[in-house]
Design a protein around this ligand. Structure first.
Ligand SMILES: Cc1cc2nc3c(=O)[nH]c(=O)nc-3n(C[C@H](O)[C@H](O)[C@H](O)COP(=O)(O)OP(=O)(O)OC[C@H]3O[C@@H](n4cnc5c(N)ncnc54)[C@H](O)[C@@H]3O)c2cc1C
Length: 388
């Protein structure tokens, strides 16, 4: 085995990094995951994730975790309601008589980020993840790497895999190619205990998802298993709007005032999300890697997931691509037909770039259409396709 006796460091314990750790560890590899979160109990924020048969679910199946997934996914959470800005329901998947099942290749079951992280963590040997390990430096040392952490400690490794997300600190060691701004900025918020805080929205959500579309803007709301909901607006703005607008995103009054102005004419139902939001709002300008990005493979450093190919969330592919990267990278590293780790990394990166580029192209198209005057027609047609 190419990686026999090699110390492997995965930087970042998101879905991509943890899936890779599991797939390598179950094949006898010596793996550590260095994660900046202080502990596994840190609240994992963000919308629910739908896993796809050909990518996220495929990786989980290969990792022997489908039974665990079936214990923790949220049946029915994949059902979508499309509403217009007046909060009128235009399309309602809850009215379908039957629900999809795992036998259906088009089924995209939803799982919250926290339970997904937990089931991956539970599949690893204890102490595989080293918490409170915020990587701030990485330098070559002999044939490997010395990795330095914010807490003052450092470790060495023979092979490093960057799974540290969209703002990867390690990616620049691999390539100077940078992501470009997609033209859309998201403002993300959360309402805890949505049944009590926003009963109207809670009922509308019906444990599923809402896409509200109008005026070339989007507002996506997802229910979560812990009784909270998360939402994010999507608007066409300048890349630095989040800064130039001088909005303090920790101040609910300021963000609510922005929403009222930006979404003028939208029903009061939507405003309730902002007035009842519990957490800080997060502005997220959406970036995408150039579709033609390329680089020369390094002998003992590679990357996966958002670090390799960040893209906007409008095709629901980010987490699926990260988990499929993990599967494909593990298969390359475990494949004895490659003569070196360098060759295995080269083969992985070539197929990963081609796949991610295709998916990012589709994602950019969806991003564009969802923020155009054709958004409603596009989305309703998409959901009415029988195989989706
Ligand atoms: C608003 C929003 C909605 C989304 N919705 C969807 C969706 O519906 N479906 C979908 O598939 N995708 C969605 N995505 C995208 C998805 O979240 C990402 O593509 C996915 O999480 C990428 O996984 P990852 O493992 O590569 O990185 P991440 O999930 O970003 O994980 C990276 C990990 O690395 C850690 N880390 C970062 N820097 C360091 C460091 N220096 N040292 C140590 N650790 C570090 C982080 O704490 C984190 O745990 C959405 C994204 C956003 C912003």
């Amino acid at each position: 085995m190419l990686i026999k006796g090699k110390r492997i460091a995965i930087i970042g314990g998101g879905p991509g990094g943890l899936t890779l750790a599991r797939l390598l560890q179950m094949n006898g590899a010596d793996v550590k995951v260095y994660e900046r979160d202080e502990s596994e109990h840190v609240r994992v924020q963000g919308a629910t994730l739908d896993l796809h048969e050909e990518s996220g679910l495929k990786a989980l199946a290969k990792a022997g975790l489908m039974d665990a997934f079936k214990l923790h996914y949220r049946p029915g959470a994949d059902k979508i309601r499309i509403l217009d800005k007046h909060a009128t329901i235009i399309l309602d998947e809850h009215s379908h008589e039957t629900s999809r099942t795992f036998d259906d290749a088009a089924y995209r079951p939803e799982i919250d980020r926290g339970p997904l992280r937990k089931l991956l963590l539970d599949s690893l040997r204890s102490h595989t993840v080293v918490w409170d390990s915020h990587v701030i430096s990485i330098n070559t040392e002999e044939d490997g790497w010395r990795i330095g952490f914010k807490n003052g400690t450092s470790v060495t490794a023979d092979l490093v895999i960057a799974a540290d997300g969209a703002n990867s600190k390690i990616r620049p060691l691999i390539t100077s190619v940078k992501p470009f701004y997609s033209g859309i900025t998201i403002v993300e918020g959360a309402v805890y205990n949505s049944e009590a805080a926003t009963p109207r929205m809670h009922a509308l959500l019906n444990n599923g998802k809402i896409f509200a579309l109008g005026d070339s803007k989007s507002l996506i709301v997802s229910s979560k298993g812990d009784g909270s909901l998360v939402f994010y607006t999507g608007c066409k703005t300048d890349e630095r709007w989040w800064y130039d607008s001088q909005i303090d995103f920790a101040d609910k009054t300021q963000v609510t005032a922005w929403f009222e102005k930006e979404f003028a004419g939208w029903d009061a139902t939507w405003l309730e999300l902002f007035t009842n939001a519990s957490a800080n709002f997060i502005p997220r300008p959406q970036y995408c890697m150039p579709l033609d990005q390329t680089w020369e493979a390094l002998p003992n450093l590679t990357m996966l997931g958002d670090a390799a190919h960040v893209m906007p969330p409008y095709a629901g592919e980010g987490v699926n691509m990260a988990m499929l990267d993990a599967l494909e990278l593990s298969e390359c590293l475990l494949n004895t037909n490659y003569t070196s780790i360098h060759a295995a990394i080269g083969a992985y990166e070539k197929q990963m770039r081609a796949r991610a580029s295709e998916v990012a192209g589709v994602t950019l198209e969806s991003t564009d259409i969802l923020h155009s005057s054709n958004a409603m027609a596009f989305m309703t047609q998409l959901l009415e396709q029988p195989n989706l």
